[in-house]
Design a protein around this ligand. Sequence first.
Ligand SMILES: [Zn+2]
Length: 263
Amino acid sequence: MYNWGWFNSLFSGVIFGPRKFLHLSFQFFFSFARNKDISVKQLLQAIDLDSIFQLPLTLHAYDEMLNLQQYLNIIPYNPGLDDQWIFIWGNPSYTSSRYYRMVFQNFQAHGIFKKIWKSKCTPRLKFFAWLIFVDRLNTRNMLARRHFNVQPNTFCVMCTGMEEEDITHLFFYCPFASACWSKLGFHWSAHLDPGDKVLDLISQQQMPFIMDIFIMAAWEIWKLHNAKIFDNGTPSIRLWLKNFKCLVKLQLMRVREDLHTPS
Ligand SMILES: [Zn+2]
């Protein structure tokens, strides 16, 4: 009644072991197995189906068995070799980088993140930039989304335009930020998300370190923003430019050291 051919390939090509695979994909059929950790060899040596499964199968389990049979027919199996636990990348040894590559192989991250990690800024600044582009920076809008009691409202503290303080406003369209970017000759394309705006700028400017300059300039805007809220500071374009130049000098020293360090 049952075709034994399908057992030939039972354990091949399974990522974390057959048990999990069978359990997840063929749960009804799997529930009838007498030994849920049986090896291929043991399976092949079984004298009949009754010794491996509790018969009779339900209709559901029988359907799953037919599906499994079809699936297994396409997987090669060498009966001359002992059973071996291997990962889906075809190697019995585990490394976190292999696992990472496998999980994210089909994941397309936004191009801006590559630019961030490749920049010469300090990790702290890179992390800050990452927060901007994943929209996790604690702007007033974000605090409200996290159900903080934002007083007196969620309007931008850097201008008087009564605009919601979110990433796009604070770093791109706020009159204060606009004045800062004008000093650098940066202009933003409308209708693009923040990441695409910066990528668009980079492609237009055709100059090195545009990403670094953006990160440092945005960082100094953020610092003045925080100083106004927490230290009663008075932000001004002059102060921003002074702090920005100072930061650029510091980062430049780092880049020079980097260039002189033999790799
Ligand atoms: Zn504003």
